[in-house]
Design a binder for this molecule. Structure first.
Ligand SMILES: Cc1cc2nc3c(=O)[nH]c(=O)nc-3n(C[C@H](O)[C@H](O)[C@H](O)COP(=O)(O)OP(=O)(O)OC[C@H]3O[C@@H](n4cnc5c(N)ncnc54)[C@H](O)[C@@H]3O)c2cc1C
Length: 506
């Protein structure tokens, strides 16, 4: 007999988990299908020897605290998902640029701390930096309004109530910073964070960047105590507690449509499963490849094809046989670049661009056994940066060379000795992410948020995005873009919308 559900969610990444938790909590008969044997997608953990590694999360944005909860805290709290949040203390990052006009600066948390850190490095810039941060609450109000109208804002309201947003929304980070009189060196330090969004700041929409920057500055960066796996398991608990089903090892291979073009189910493990609504945490490119073309509106196909895939990363995970103190690492997050300019960092990414070094023991001292510590290197690269036609041996050499290059560079720049302490090492490339997540070119950030497809354009044009009845999207590939917080917020929003629709609301 056909199996029928209220809602089927495809993919147990951050977006899918948040969506399914919401529909289950609303009492809808929910089925979450995941191709792997564990949930989370990027938000998971893996073991090598005596080390448990965080595979992806450097820092979670927009969390806040119990006293001052921000949106991600509220998403988990409202769902009843309990998380042991830990916070990066003191400064939010250290940025070292090796090039001419380079710098080595630690940037503090809090608006005052952030402005003072920059003032120390670039005297006279403080008030201009403060003016940049002051834009954020104004844009947040505008974005909330646009979401509330489902991408159909009233022009007059926008002009009268959200004038600063209207003035800045169409511009890049660098254009707005230059207009505010922020000197180049201060711009370069602030723009260090472009690495978390994968689009250089002469191209990246200012509002998008500010959203993230402000929340890191004000809330600091948060992490779950037990790697991001803890976040995923907490949401699984919510789904199951409310009667939802989670099927692992269940890869969806086909999306099913009614003759009127609406989605009515999926095929997983050769079985047809039906639902009133399907929510996809899987990128639209893959969904359309799993659908009969005749059912996909031409405009939707064109939209997917017009979008550019976002950036991926290469990563090096190290388990070391010494403590973090013995290693001499005092910072949690260090950005290291070959040149202070984000455009140059992006364009030289595969040779001498930007990379990030994280040492989790500096936030969670007992995140590895006594006498040991871990390090996590992240190098933003595109899938197409990986050399083509590598043999299995060639791929092994590519990974080894990559790890050696970045470890040696970090040793030199940070003045520490890593190599003799390596007990475990694991290297991932865009190929790894393509295989594990199933994303084209191993994108970890869905589609690139730039040019005509920037965050503002997507937000304002949501009603013109994919429009297949019975099918919703959520996750890093959708309107709000990449990152943990965006994926959770999008999953939460879509889960609530679908629940409201099925329960007879708008
Ligand atoms: C190395 C790395 C570092 C990162 N660092 C940060 C950071 O510090 N801060 C931050 O905010 N973000 C970071 N990110 C980005 C963040 O992890 C992602 O943007 C976010 O997790 C994407 O969530 P998602 O909902 O799109 O799901 P995904 O993680 O893409 O998961 C999709 C899920 O769908 C499943 N799936 C795919 N196809 C099918 C199918 N056919 N059938 C069933 N299941 C399927 C997959 O197995 C997966 O579980 C990082 C990512 C990586 C890889």
């Amino acid at each position: 007999m056909d199996k029928m559900f209220d809602v089927i969610v495809v993919g147990a990444g951050n977006g899918g988990l948040a969506a399914a938790a919401n529909t289950a909590k609303e009492g809808l008969n929910t089925l979450l299908l995941e191709k792997h044997n564990i949930p989370g997608g990027c938000a998971t953990s893996f073991r090598r020897g005596r080390f448990e590694f965080e595979p992806s999360l450097h820092e979670l944005c927009s969390v806040g605290t119990a006293e001052r909860p921000n949106v991600v805290y509220k998403v988990f709290d409202d769902l009843g998902a309990k998380i042991n949040w830990e916070y990066e203390k003191g400064h939010i990052f250290r940025s070292i640029s090796k090039g001419e006009n380079g710098f080595d600066v630690r940037v503090n948390a809090g608006i005052e701390g952030f402005c003072e850190s920059l003032e120390k490095e670039v005297p006279g810039c403080k008030e201009n930096v403060r003016a940049l941060l002051a834009l954020k609450p104004k844009i947040a109000a505008a974005i909330d309004y646009i979401y509330a109208t489902k991408g159909n804002p009233n022009g007059l309201v926008m002009l009268l109530k959200h004038a600063d947003f209207m003035r800045a929304a169409g511009h890049s980070v660098e254009e707005v910073m230059t207009a505010l009189g922020i000197p180049e060196k201060a711009q370069n330090i602030i723009c260090t964070y472009w690495g978390y969004l994968g689009v250089p700041t002469d191209e990246l929409n200012c509002m998008h960047f500010l959203n993230m920057l402000y929340d890191y500055v004000v809330d600091g960066a948060a992490m779950p105590r037990h790697r991001s796996h803890e976040l995923s398991l907490a949401l699984i608990d919510v789904i199951q507690k409310h009667g939802g089903q989670v099927w692992y090892n269940s890869e969806v291979t086909e999306f099913l449509y009614k003759e009127d073009g609406s989605v009515c189910g999926v095929v997983a493990n050769g079985e047809k499963l039906y639902a009133k609504e399907v929510i996809s945490n899987v990128i639209p490119h893959n969904v359309f490849n799993m659908s009969e073309t005749k059912y996909i509106p031409e405009q939707n196909l064109k939209l997917a094809n017009a979008r550019e895939f976002g950036i991926s990363v290469a990563t090096v995970y190290l388990g070391l046989d010494c403590t973090i103190e013995e290693l001499g690492m005092t910072d949690y997050t260090v950005f290291i670049s070959g040149n202070p300019n984000p455009r140059v960092q992006n364009d030289t990414r595969a040779e001498d661009g930007l990379y990030i070094v994280n040492s989790l023991n500096n936030v969670i001292p007992d995140s590895s056994e006594p006498g040991t510590c871990t390090m996590f290197f992240t190098i933003p690269v595109y899938g197409h940066d990986v050399p083509k036609d590598l043999t299995p041996q060639g791929y092994k050499k590519y990974k080894n060379d990559l790890a050696k290059k970045y470890i040696e560079d970090a040793e030199k720049v940070l003045g520490i000795s890593i190599m003799p302490h390596i007990e475990e090492i694991s290297v991932a490339t865009p190929v790894t992410f393509a295989r594990y997540l199933g994303t084209p070119e191993g994108t970890i950030y869905g589609y690139k948020l730039s040019g005509w497809d920037n965050l503002m354009a997507r937000t304002a044009g949501e009603k013109n995005d994919y429009a297949i009845p019975g099918l919703s999207f959520c996750g890093g590939h959708y309107i709000r873009g990449d990152g943990y917080s965006c994926a959770y917020i999008m999953g939460d929003t879509i889960g609530k919308r679908v629940a409201k629709r099925l329960k007879g609301g708008a």
